[in-house]
Write a protein that binds this ligand. Structure first.
Ligand SMILES: Nc1nc2c(ncn2[C@@H]2O[C@H](COP(=O)(O)OP(=O)(O)OP(=O)(O)O)[C@@H](O)[C@H]2O)c(=O)[nH]1
Ligand SMILES: [Mg+2]
Length: 455
């Protein structure tokens, strides 16, 4: 902090408007040296948009609308100036470079939000939610990020912290006055508080599975021998002719990747090259990629042609996907059905089977339902709140959980309260890390480096 930073905060490319954003003690002075308008920037009221020009050494760089948000009531808690330039890289870059020449420094990824955190306006959970908000892939992901950004998850964490802190101070008072015969905290009461908090922590840790799905999506690969209709299914799911479909086996040579959402769950879908014995170099390369996706995907959609008997390639595939979660699709059900469902469940034991016609769009609803229930096992609902979204949260909360379990055991085995006090202090430390009370510079760097520049 202390330095004035600048970045283009809108996406690189063509657009209606491009915003150059400055933050720091020098932002108003720097902007004043470049801005020509009815008023000087330093005299502008905060939050007011004003028209003018950016001029450097007599040369007009762009026609702009400019606004000032004075410290501490700004995103970063510092003086912030936003210059709305004409969209497109040329105008914004020119203005950016002029600002840099006047002494500002280019902002690092996430540095504006990092300053908001360091300035105490938001905690670390809220800062992370900003990044999640920007990269949210579905409406539900967006809502979860908004919920977290408004501090709802922080409140929950802070309430746990407060209860533990109170517990700890009562224990400590008790220890200080241990000669006198007063119990500040009964053993029973302590155990009750601890087990209540343990339950809450476990629930939060469990919500990570959902949070991860929302934030990162689920990777699924459509696999099967050539010509069974994999690309047709991808196109059906997307509602557009994204992949080439022909009656010639071996049409898809390279994997095709797309994002789509079903019931608010973001799916990263990969249409792969068909698996078969071949000497063709391109197909062999395609097959290598398919093998990679089979091992990398969280879920496989295994496609079979219902109008034909099981082929050796179908059996080969069954051995290739051993141990993976799969949904088996019997495609081409609009044709005369030859494939025996029992034979299929013999070799793809356990996996749910859905009958479809990718050509006619039959069975899409069942397909979506089966897919979602495979992802959301044990009937949890994606919209259930609150949700922790990062490995980091999970790791801290699990450490807290472990320490509190030790505290609980220490109390039940009748040890002096000094022991649980020690464990509770440790748990408090781990919980504090979630909201960013105590964090090392390394962790902060890691978190903010995943942001985009200008946020
Ligand atoms: N009758 C019928 N034909 C289908 C169906 N789905 C796909 N096809 C046809 O099957 C042929 C192959 O379809 P693709 O989607 O290209 O098959 P693929 O599995 O991607 O094939 P490769 O890329 O070669 O591995 C095309 O002629 C499709 O029109 C279906 O449900 N019913
Ligand atoms: Mg294909």
């Amino acid at each position: 902090m202390g330095e004035t930073i600048v970045a283009i905060s809108t996406p690189i490319g063509m657009g209606g408007i491009g915003i150059v954003r400055l933050s720091g003690p020098e932002s108003i002075r720097i902007a004043d040296t470049l801005f020509v308008g009815k008023k000087r920037i330093s005299q502008l009221p905060t939050y007011r948009l004003t028209y003018g020009k950016i001029v450097e050494d007599g040369k007009e760089l762009d026609e702009v609308l400019i606004s000032v948000m004075k410290a501490p009531h700004s995103y970063t808690t510092e003086d912030v100036v936003e210059i709305n330039c004409h969209g497109g890289l040329a105008a914004t870059t020119r203005v950016l470079e002029a600002v840099l020449r006047r002494g500002a420094r280019l902002a690092e990824p996430g540095e504006f939000t990092k300053r908001a955190f360091l300035g105490g306006r938001i905690d670390l959970l809220q800062a992370e939610a900003v990044a999640d908000l920007v990269s949210a892939k579905t409406g539900l992901g967006l809502e979860t990020a908004l919920f977290q950004m408004r501090g709802s998850l922080s409140q929950r964490i802070n309430s746990i912290k407060e209860r533990l802190t109170r517990c700890l101070s009562l224990i400590e008072v008790g220890l200080d006055f241990s000669d006198e015969d007063i119990d500040f905290l009964e053993t029973e009461e302590l155990l009750e508080i601890l087990s209540g908090i343990l339950e809450e922590l476990q629930e939060l840790v469990k919500s990570f599975e959902r949070g991860k799905i929302l934030r990162e999506g689920v990777k699924i690969a459509i696999v099967g021998r050539p010509n069974v209709g994999k690309s047709s299914l991808l196109n059906l799911l997307l509602g557009e002719e994204k992949a080439i479909v022909t009656p010639i086996p071996g049409t898809t040579r390279d994997s095709i990747e797309e994002w789509l959402q079903i019931d608010g769950i973001p799916f990263h879908v990969i249409d792969t090259a068909g698996i078969r014995e071949t000497d063709d170099l391109i197909e062999l390369e395609g097959r290598k990629r398919t093998e990679f996706h089979i091992s990398d995907a969280e879920l496989l959609v295994v496609m079979l042609d219902a109008s034909e008997e099981l082929q050796p390639e179908d059996r080969l595939l069954a051995t290739m996907i051993k141990g993976k979660k799969a949904l088996v699709v019997l495609n081409k059900c609009d044709l005369k059905k030859v494939l025996d469902k029992n034979a299929v469940s013999m070799i793809y034991g356990g996996s749910p089977i859905v009958e479809m016609s990718a050509l006619k769009g039959w069975g899409l609803e069942e397909f979506n339902e089966d897919l979602v229930s495979l992802v959301m096992e044990d009937g949890q609902k994606l919209a259930d709140r609150p949700v922790i979204t990062r490995e980091r949260h999970k790791e801290c909360l699990q450490r807290a959980e472990k320490a509190l379990k030790e505290a609980y055991n220490a109390v039940t085995s009748g040890l002096s309260f000094e022991y649980p006090a020690f464990d509770i202090r440790e748990a408090l430390g781990s919980i504090g890390e979630v909201v960013g009370e105590v964090t090392s510079e390394d962790i902060l760097d890691e978190i903010f480096s995943s942001f985009c520049i200008g946020k």
